[in-house]
Design a protein. Sequence first.
Length: 249
Amino acid sequence: MTAQVLLRGRELTRRWGGLVAVDRVSLELERGSVHAVIGTNGAGKSTLINLLSGEIAPSSGEVQLLGSDVTHWPQPKRARAGLGRSYQRNTIYPSFGVIENCRLAAQARRQQPWGWWRDAARDESTLAAARDAAARAGLTALLDRPAGLLSHGQKRQLEIAMCLATAPEVLLLDEPLAGMGAEETERMLALLAELKHGHAILLVEHDMDAVFRIADRITVMVNGAVIASGTPDDVRASAEVRTAYLGDH
């Protein structure tokens, strides 16, 4: 059975003056798969996510989302078309409850300008989407807790819940495990393993133990370019990767 490619980047390049931050990078994200991108600081990982999400434009190359050329689409249009992402830093509303954070995310996807006279906070479709997203992220017991009072791991779960509330098919996750303890990491890995069945997931992460446990495919970047891409076993076996990234000589 042929895997369904939901997001494709072709020969993506981003230059700032003489600096090439991303150098002709191509990758495909398939439904039912976690594709991890690893590399040292400055390798171009976050720039790559920004190119895929539409937050910055490529100097050259192409991005396809669900079969459409979205290279020149802005980030909000890509989000409405099925692309969700999280960031290295929390982007939640700390004074609002978990359910309200998720509801606002759902509302952004389900804009109804013709219904301006309605109370958006009482719209049943967005509330249902918010509850479902929170449940999938394991936050049902915390719906009314202010987001600022959540633990670090729970805040990262909330960010993913907010992504899910927008009904994405592709998830771009930028270091979701950063700063987590062992128990929180296990909870997040279990969530990612569950989510991948209905989504294509791009994971940028520094925790190598977690990456090799959860990823179906790994792309390794050095100085903006891809030096290896394949299964975790392929990447482990690469002498170039061991030398450039894992520290073998």
